[in-house]
Design a protein around this ligand. Structure first.
Ligand SMILES: [Zn+2]
Ligand SMILES: [Zn+2]
Length: 164
């Protein structure tokens, strides 16, 4: 969606509420398609004292297997957006200034880049996730496997050998 912001730019104290969802389910990330549900943006674009600002919250669900145990895990993420909109860039402060050529905001492009930049590097089911046993592959959150018990101190093993 492209939003024409001319009316906002020329009318002081005008505002435009934003509530929009974008399907990014075809976005591939580390071999997966983790954005199964549409990402959402809610907020407002407003002109205050001739300064046009976008304040919004982007929220999305990230669905992928847990990095440690491999169980499918859904986590909600939010990105807070606070940007000044400018039809042309005067400085090079591009982190806080969002360029809107012709006073038109390409909301899809903006949402896409904000979400991509915020995708999690770490994705675990819980902070306490114990992962899987590297020997037998059991999910250790569901209980201990037998591998740990069978692992004998090599010194004791040598002793047991002696006692035979
Ligand atoms: Zn896990
Ligand atoms: Zn095991």
């Amino acid at each position: 969606m492209v939003i024409d912001l001319k009316k906002i730019f020329v009318n002081e104290n005008s505002s435009l509420p934003l509530s929009y969802a974008l399907d990014l389910s075809d976005v591939e990330y580390m071999g997966l398609y983790p954005l199964k549900k549409p990402v959402e943006i809610n907020g407002v674009i407003e002109n205050k004292a001739s300064l046009v600002r976008l304040g919004a919250e982007i929220s999305y669900e990230f669905e992928a297997p847990c990095d440690r145990c491999g169980v499918d895990t859904v986590k909600s993420h939010t990105v807070l957006v606070d940007k000044s909109l400018a039809a042309s860039i005067e400085g090079d402060d591009s982190d806080t200034i969002l360029l809107v050529p012709d006073m038109k905001l390409n909301l899809d492009e903006f949402l896409y880049s904000e979400v991509i930049m915020s995708l999690p590097m770490k994705h675990i089911c819980t902070e306490k996730c114990k992962g899987i046993c590297t020997k037998c592959g059991k999910n250790l959150n569901q209980g201990k496997c037998d591998c740990v018990e069978k692992e004998i101190d090599p010194r004791l093993a040598a002793l047991a050998e002696l006692l035979k």
